[in-house]
Design a protein around this ligand. Structure first.
Ligand SMILES: NC(=O)c1ccc[n+]([C@@H]2O[C@H](COP(=O)([O-])OP(=O)(O)OC[C@H]3O[C@@H](n4cnc5c(N)ncnc54)[C@H](OP(=O)(O)O)[C@@H]3O)[C@@H](O)[C@H]2O)c1
Length: 263
């Protein structure tokens, strides 16, 4: 077996025995992350907010790759719901080893049309949630066991885009929180990192008034010649949680086919 792309076989990472919680794990990028972990032997808990049919479909698909997967409902911006979800995970598994904070939402409007309520709502889901999620995750990680936290960010954290005032600011805050969490948690054997994706064609893009333009511009500006897929992001998350990445701490790994470095 070889890990080289030129080789005839590709070795899969082995996450047998690893228990993973993916917020927003039932659709889009989160779903791809959950499925890749399950294919590599992990048990996965996927969180969702409202869409029960997507949760059921994703859980059915996860169950094709082993037993013991969970779907847990709750708003990541509501700490009481976070406590309930971690209680469900504790009851089912007793412990947890990987947290992928992927769920996001937010108000897409020009800053001049935005209210403080819109801003707080977006910040609470996309940035604030990482605090209680990490605190409850650390309580479920067994003493002495290595753990991983990966947050899913976007290029709006460092670039200016139309209608992206609140979401971009929330992702900038998230990436900063990841660095500060790393400072506290690396000494405890926990790798804390983020991945940041370019445009990915998921249902989330349907909320953008300029979806078609984002996709065509995104493709035109991507040197690798194709748009980033949910699987590209999932592969990067699994890499960061693997034995190949144990000395990577506090970083934001960009997955965008090179688009963000083009002038
Ligand atoms: N798509 C892109 O172009 C792109 C680019 C860069 C980064 N990202 C980031 O990638 C992540 C996933 O995006 P996506 O495009 O895959 O999104 P998506 O297809 O809209 O899926 C969102 C998922 O998050 C869940 N969710 C939303 N709000 C939630 C909340 N408050 N509490 C709990 N769960 C919640 C949804 O549950 P329900 O099904 O119940 O609604 C769903 O499972 C986000 O962090 C996003 O910012 C996306």
């Amino acid at each position: 077996m070889t890990d080289s792309l030129d080789g005839k076989m590709t070795a899969r990472l082995d996450f047998t025995g690893t228990k993973v919680f993916v917020t927003g794990g039932t659709r889009g990028i989160g779903r791809a992350i959950a499925l890749e972990f399950a294919k590599c032997g992990a048990q996965v808990a996927v969180n969702y907010l409202r869409n029960k049919s997507s949760a059921n479909e994703t859980l059915a698909e996860l169950n094709q790759y082993g037993k013991g997967h969970l779907a847990v409902k709750g708003n990541v911006a509501d700490e009481e719901k976070i406590v309930e979800m971690f209680d469900q995970i504790r009851e089912a598994w007793g412990e947890l080893h990987v947290l992928v904070s992927n769920a996001a939402s937010g108000v897409l409007k020009p800053a001049m049309e935005m209210t403080m309520k819109h801003l707080h709502w977006t910040m609470d889901i996309n940035a604030g949630a990482i605090l209680p999620l990490s605190q409850h995750f650390v309580r479920l990680l067994p003493e002495g066991r290595h753990g991983n936290i990966v947050a899913v960010s976007s290029l709006g954290a460092i670039r200016a885009l139309p209608n992206y005032f609140a979401v971009g600011a929330s992702k900038g805050a998230l990436e900063s929180m990841i660095r500060h969490l790393m400072y506290e948690l690396a000494p405890r054997g926990i790798n804390v990192n983020a991945v940041s994706a370019g445009v990915v064609d998921t249902e989330a893009l349907e909320h953008f008034p300029n979806r078609e333009q984002m996709l065509s511009d995104g493709l035109a500006k991507t040197p690798s010649g194709r748009l980033t897929t949910p699987l590209d992001v999932a592969n990067a998350v699994l890499f960061l949680c693997s034995r190949y990445a144990t000395q990577i701490h506090g970083q934001t790994l960009v997955i965008d086919g090179g688009s963000s470095v083009v002038a």
